[in-house]
Design a protein around this ligand. Structure first.
Ligand code: HEM
Length: 534
């Protein structure tokens, strides 16, 4: 009998202990007087996400609509509290003016989670991040972009020629979800790794298949992540890691081995691996042309000086450089793919916008007088820039970003209230929700490139348009992504129009997921050869 009593007490005690642990943050926002949705034990506000009842964007929108009149509100991702910022002024303050208190994305993504991923620029923290950012920023200057323009142009031409071949007997239906990553994977692999994956023409391209596996987290990866968030000690004890071995091996061969071989043989190729090699030797020089103001690139961000004291590389390992090459590949192909999908969908659905863009493209063609498009000519196209800027507002491929406080901070709100943000507290910037807030973008569900015309763009509140993030931690590859997307749209529309067809979804509806932007019905548009070019 006694033994049963002991077991009951142990179970009660354990149950209480686990419950206490799971609910320890429940009063987190209440103490600060910040509005929030009451969390459930263990799952916080993520129950519907975990039950696959909604998508992360829908979940964020739901809370945003409820709380947007407060500059800051709270949500719980599982049992982790996040301050969500709805006021563009505060976003600017956190990401730019008071950056010193919010240097990092999320410190918990460290070596314990994954030895390899924790070496990437996105996850690096504090001085290490500052140093690596200043080492890498010369890779994205305009002179380097111009160097990569030629190779991206070739990919865009190949894409269009392939579709012209397919459309020989009339129209061709393009499943954008399946097709655009073939261009973006080829583009990023040529620019970063120096070789094409033959993704556009070869249905069975190995690189394409690898990229698709990287895109979709496996059940096991999700499980590991969940374990890390809720029971970190167990994850660490089990020695789990996230990077797939086949992915690691592929990039090891494509980056480290190639860097060593080029160094040995004195080979030069105009790609990022070459620039990483220069960076490894401490020879990558800062240039003054990072922020080209004269070109039309509204959404591209300026590069800030990180203030890294010593730019000479001392303690970076080969794996650090490999991690950056991998990150550029991983961060680059799917985001730009989503941008292209959305742009094509919106152009097919908005004929007058497409016609205006085609007029601009034809004018540029005339000026070029038969010569291929140049970096300068592409970047002077104002309407193209307006269309891409609006696509990035309408469906930002990165729907949110985070900051973690690294120095206690008094957040002063408009109403005079002060919220004490502590070292380690997490901030969420809900990019999609802010882009769809009618206070900043009237009639937000309308695709309207005119928002970004010279006359109108001045009235966009600073901090309310952040498709690439904001401040020194902003996306480092924004200009590359814009160039890649613009090149493809330019080349496609110079030969085809994009039309709605039977397979084009009426509305864009998301599949329930915590991480992915995938639509229930794949975006398909019809490419119809333009009469002029027949
Ligand atoms: C349409 C395409 C893209 C979108 C919408 C996008 C968006 C973003 C966003 C929102 C962030 C977080 C910024 C912040 O927290 O303030 C980010 C970071 C980053 N992106 Fe992109 N990105 C795109 C393409 C690319 C490309 C092509 C590359 C590389 C070639 C790239 C490399 C990175 C890196 C390395 C970071 C981390 C920067 C740091 O922590 O210092 N991205 N991106």
């Amino acid at each position: 009998m006694d033994i049963y009593l002991i077991i009951i007490w142990v179970v009660i005690f354990l149950g209480y202990f686990i419950y206490k642990k799971a609910t320890k943050n429940a009063k987190f926002f209440e103490k600060q007087g910040v509005p929030f949705k009451k969390p459930l034990p263990f799952v916080g506000n993520s129950l519907r996400l975990l039950m696959k009842k909604e998508n992360m964007i829908e979940s964020l929108m739901d809370y945003y609509e409820k709380f947007k009149h407060s500059s800051v509100y709270g949500v719980f991702s599982m049992n982790v509290p996040f301050f969500v910022i709805t006021d563009p002024e505060l976003i600017k303050q956190i990401t730019i003016k008071d950056f010193d208190s919010f240097v990092n994305h999320d410190k918990s993504f460290n070596e314990d989670v994954d030895k390899f991923s924790s070496k990437m620029l996105f996850t690096l923290i504090d001085e290490k991040w500052k140093h690596m950012r200043s080492v890498l920023s010369p890779i994205f200057t305009s002179s380097k972009m111009k160097m990569m323009f030629g190779i991206l142009s070739e990919c865009a031409n190949e894409f269009v020629e392939h579709h012209e071949e397919k459309a020989k007997h009339g129209k061709v239906i393009v499943n954008c979800v399946e097709t655009y990553p073939r261009y973006t994977v080829d583009g990023i692999s040529t620019a970063v790794l120096g070789f094409k994956g033959d993704c556009i023409k070869n249905e069975d391209s190995k690189l394409y298949k690898l990229a698709m596996r990287m895109r979709k987290p496996t059940f096991l990866t999700n499980l590991k992540l969940m374990l890390f968030i809720v029971f970190r000690w167990l994850y660490i004890k089990l020695g789990l890691q996230l990077t797939l071995k086949e992915v690691y091996d592929f990039f090891y061969n494509a980056i480290i081995k190639v860097m060593n071989e080029r160094e040995e043989k004195g080979i030069f190729r105009p790609d990022v691996v070459q620039l990483l090699l220069q960076a490894r030797k401490g020879q990558l020089q800062k240039e003054s042309d990072v922020n080209e103001k004269e070109l039309s690139n509204f959404s591209a961000n300026i590069e800030y000086d990180t203030g890294a004291q010593n730019r000479k590389i001392t303690n970076w390992t080969d794996e650090h450089f490999m991690a950056q090459g991998f990150l550029f590949f991983a961060a680059g192909f799917d985001t730009t793919n989503i941008l292209l999908q959305i742009t094509s969908y919106c152009l097919a659905k908005n004929k007058e916008v497409q016609e205006e863009l085609i007029r601009e493209i034809d004018d540029v063609f005339e000026e070029l007088d038969g010569k291929p498009i140049t970096y300068e000519a592409l970047h002077k196209m104002k309407y193209l820039d307006m269309v891409i800027s609006e696509a990035l507002r309408f469906w930002p491929p990165a729907f949110a970003t985070t900051r973690q406080c690294n120095k206690d901070y008094d957040m002063k709100l408009k109403d005079g209230k002060v919220i004490k943000i502590k070292d380690g507290d997490l901030i969420l910037l809900p990019i999609y929700a802010i882009h769809h807030d009618e206070r900043f973008f009237p009639n937000p569900e309308k695709f309207d490139p005119l928002r970004f015309s010279d006359e109108n763009k001045e009235s966009i509140a600073l901090g309310s348009y952040i498709p690439f993030g904001s401040g020194p931690r902003v996306c480092i590859g924004s200009r590359f992504a814009l160039m890649e997307a613009k090149l493809l749209i330019f080349n496609v529309l110079s030969k085809f129009t994009m039309e709605v067809c039977d397979q084009t979804p009426e509305k864009l509806e998301l599949i329930p997921s915590m991480t992915e932007i995938t639509f229930k019905k794949a975006i398909c548009v019809e490419y119809r050869p333009r009469k002029k070019n027949n």
